[in-house]
Design a protein around this ligand. Sequence first.
Ligand code: R5P
Length: 315
Amino acid sequence: MEDLKVITGNSNPALADDIVENLDKDLTEASVDRFSDGEIHVHIQETVRGASVFVVQSISPPVNKNLMELLLIIDALKRASAKQIAAVIPYYGYARQDRKQTGRVPISAKLVANIISTAGADRVLTVDLHAGQIQGFFDIPVDNLRGDPVLANSIKHEISSKKGVVVSPDVGGAKRARKVSQKLNMPLAIVEKKRHSEEENVEVLNLIGDVDSKRCLIVDDIVSTGGTLTEVADILKERGCARVEAICTHGIFAEDALDSIQASPINTVTVTNTIHNEDARKADFINYISVGDLFAKTIKRIYEEKSVSTLFPHS
Ligand code: R5P
């Protein structure tokens, strides 16, 4: 695999290290820093001519800087004659504006897809896109991996199926939560949540399912402000649940999310390491599960031109 190369920006070097360790390789030497005026400066310090290069960079906070780093790294690789450039975007930011919910707003997910392709990416590899249809915003292959099997495996021996209930925090997430409930052999409860726009607070309207005296496991793709998790946890407690835990693929923990989760009935939140957040790493109620091995296996399969879907045999 000499012509397989992995390069990283500054969004999540720890995950990039984990990926190369699982591939038994070293990261390709590159500097991604700043000019004195704040512009991003990229210099790839070894040849990539004819190589299949995988650029690991989440579009996570600081979102615009991380996106720009990704674009400039791709541009540098293209101009250095890389054979194939794959954008490995563990967290695909700008995904929550995927349609016009009102007049005079952008479809940011589409614009970002366009600029990643224009920069020179030949394919995209990500996990749990906020909306699966974003794959269609690209005219290049997109592999959208699943984080829930990794998270469910990490928790499977801790909750007895007799005492647990898997909870979807909104109707749209029921399919994902159902997969976890089937894997853990637990019943499913669904919360009906209302939020007309990303800026609005979450309002819980209804809970379908029995959670009385149960250990509840909320399954979501993103925890951002923590509003969804804490509102859902409140209603679960009101309905008599014994304990609340959450598993979420992407832990943004924006604004005062960590404080509000700590002050809520939630006991633990388990997230993957698609996003690096120093404060969340220090919180004892947040557990991290690595997707380094998952990405490494997928990168290897893409490089060897083998099927990626076989990594998810029961999906
Ligand atoms: C919503 O559709 C998503 O699945 C998450 O529930 C939401 O993005 C979480 O955001 P927050 O933590 O700000 O409530």
